[in-house]
Design a protein around this ligand. Sequence first.
Ligand code: NAI
Ligand code: MG
Length: 335
Amino acid sequence: MNTSKTKDKYQIAVVPGDGIGKEVMEATIFVLDSLDIDFDYVYAEAGDECLEKTGNALPGETLDIIRNADACLFGAAGETAADVIVKIRQEMKMFANLRPVKTYPNTDSLFENIDFMIVRENTEGMYIADEESYTDDGAVARRIITREAEERIIDYAFNYALENNKTKVTAVHKANVLKKTDGLFKEIFYDVAERYPDIATEDFYVDATAMYLITQPQSFEVIVTTNLFGDILSDEGAGLVGGLGLIPSANIGEDGALFEPVHGSAPDIAGQGKANPIAMMLSAIMMLRYIGENEAADRFDAAILKVLNDANILTADLGGNASTMEVAQAVKNNL
Ligand code: NAI
Ligand code: MG
């Protein structure tokens, strides 16, 4: 990522949200605070509790705080998640959704040595959800693919590969059936690829990719794809490496960037100190790389890896009995 330069002080919008969002955020800030980076946290409200309190799940003030910050850390919202997170993505024009798929030790990963990034287009494709009316025969949805948005996401993927020492970008589409929309996507992919002569390219159909993710996941480095396919493949990726407690994500845009675990507010375990904070912490590490604090990101990552390797202090989802804050303390001790 490395899109901005390292500064002396960063303003970080912190939106803990609902349920375990608050718990994993507290644990993550606890570790961030010992990295010797000057963060100015601006807390903001959003989600179910905010709706109950203020009548609005996403107050304008929260949007302003996110807009004015260098980056945003988001915990999780509850039932209002769609209104909150989808609206933030739209308002901030967060065109890229990044979902790393990586194996960590002592987890339910189906394979070892998986490490790839899914770069999903976040603003158009099938998810414009343009299916307003029923027809006499049933219903129709429109799928929009624009040159501008697809070139932007594909260029982002190649640039990501370049900056993160990846050697190959894979385009995923269904151009044999969706000849115009995905035909265009594939054409743009190879046009953009010409600007990155050192990065290898390949393209697969989405159905074949769904299989390759199970049969040869180690062969992928960076996958770039349209909105719906990216949504599906990233959940398949989450299943590959086992467990929502470990899966971070980033939403990157022109007006801001937001980093959040993939999991929700987990009402079944909320308030019990049982939540695994690692997905939130890995999201914070993506934020550190985004703002250019790579050395701190590496240290934080290594500290988490050590906790997982030692396997003494793990939350219940990973087979342990440690609390959220005990894991945070263990990570901090390893820094
Ligand atoms: P969920 O991700 O909250 O929970 C699914 C299951 O995974 C639960 O059994 C939960 O205990 C477990 N789990 C999730 N994160 C965990 C962690 N860090 N450590 C240990 N266990 C963890 O998804 P669910 O149950 O479908 O939705 C609950 C609420 O969250 C709903 O209101 C939903 O709308 C919201 N949600 C919000 C999201 C967001 O804010 N981005 C994303 C997904 C759901
Ligand atoms: Mg999804």
